[in-house]
Design a protein around this ligand. Structure first.
Ligand SMILES: NC(=O)C1=CN([C@@H]2O[C@H](COP(=O)(O)OP(=O)(O)OC[C@H]3O[C@@H](n4cnc5c(N)ncnc54)[C@H](OP(=O)(O)O)[C@@H]3O)[C@@H](O)[C@H]2O)C=CC1
Ligand SMILES: O=CCS(=O)(=O)O
Length: 255
């Protein structure tokens, strides 16, 4: 690992799990590269966290390959040695069965959760290899990768991609000291459902009624744990569920 505080690069740091990771890694003394599309939130975050640790922020839409290339190429010297990449940016869009779905929603999920994740990964792999041994790629998967539910169609499929990509990627990069983890949460209270329901706060709130979901901080704690293990230890897949969730998506997804 590089001698100065290690660098973590987080996509989707403006909300939910990514935001909680920013705070948790800062608390642990890591230097932060924080990215997302919402510039005002990134600036607020930098103002707050740079009192604790070095912070670099960059507005980034992961679904735009040119944007990704530009942001990685423009990393300041202090943030070049990326030790951990948290591929967190992602979303679900829409409810209801596949036969009623908007194709544009499907394309956006694929562009963000699949194309965006692999683009960021590909651009940062040389830096991660350079920072090894013990550098880490943490991909945010989901229990939806292997648990079918009505209305889960493309979202679950994108997360199945993330899981298998993580396993295959590990075969190639582990000889170079880079670890890969598929971090797969169950129901986590964030802006995720509000985005999925396209801003309908009432419906989003009803998703969590009667449940005690995971908090983003619960997942951030696991991400820090995975990235801080001795270099020879690679957690390949870590599934985390709230106690209340056995499985079954709430009926609001059925339309
Ligand atoms: N909440 C849950 O129940 C679960 C979530 N997950 C996964 O965890 C990850 C984080 O979700 P969560 O924190 O819950 O949701 P949030 O909606 O709270 O956060 C999503 C983050 O992704 C960013 N993002 C979305 N699209 C893009 C894009 N095109 N380019 C860059 N950033 C983008 C958003 O930032 P901005 O809008 O500023 O770009 C935001 O910071 C996702 O991959 C999700 O699939 C997995 C299992 C369960
Ligand atoms: O992955 C996120 C939540 S869900 O689709 O499993 O409910």
């Amino acid at each position: 690992m590089h001698e100065a505080a290690p660098v973590v690069f987080i996509t989707g740091a403006t909300s939910g799990i990514g935001l909680a990771c920013a705070h948790r890694f800062a608390q642990a003394g890591w230097a932060l590269v924080l990215t997302g599309r919402r510039q005002a939130r990134l600036e607020d975050l930098r103002t707050t966290l740079e009192k604790q640790v070095p912070v670099h922020t960059a507005q980034l839409d992961v679904s735009d390959p040119q944007d990704v290339a530009k942001v990685v190429a423009a990393l300041p010297e202090r943030f070049q040695h990326v030790h951990t990449l948290i591929n967190n940016a992602g979303l679900a869009l829409g409810k209801g069965p596949a036969q009623n779905a908007e194709l544009d929603d499907w394309f956006r999920m694929i562009d963000t959760n699949v194309k965006g994740l692999v683009t960021v990964t590909r651009h940062l792999l040389p830096k991660l290899i350079d920072s090894g041994p013990g550098s880490t790629v943490i991909n945010l998967g989901s229990i939806a990768a292997h648990t079918p539910y009505p209305g889960g169609h493309i979202y679950g499929a994108t997360k199945a991609f993330v899981k298998q990509f993580s396993y295959n990627l590990r075969c190639d990069v582990s000889p170079h000291g880079v670890r890969v983890t598929d971090l797969a949460p169950g129901m986590t209270a964030s802006e995720f459902t509000l985005v999925r329901m396209k801003g309908d706060q009432q419906v989003a709130d009803s998703y969590y009624e009667g449940a005690e979901p995971l908090q983003p901080e619960d997942i951030a704690e696991q991400a820090l744990h995975v990235a801080s293990l001795p270099p020879h230890v690679n957690i390949t897949c870590l599934e985390v569920m709230p106690l209340c969730q056995q499985w079954s998506a709430p009926t609001i997804l059925r339309d």
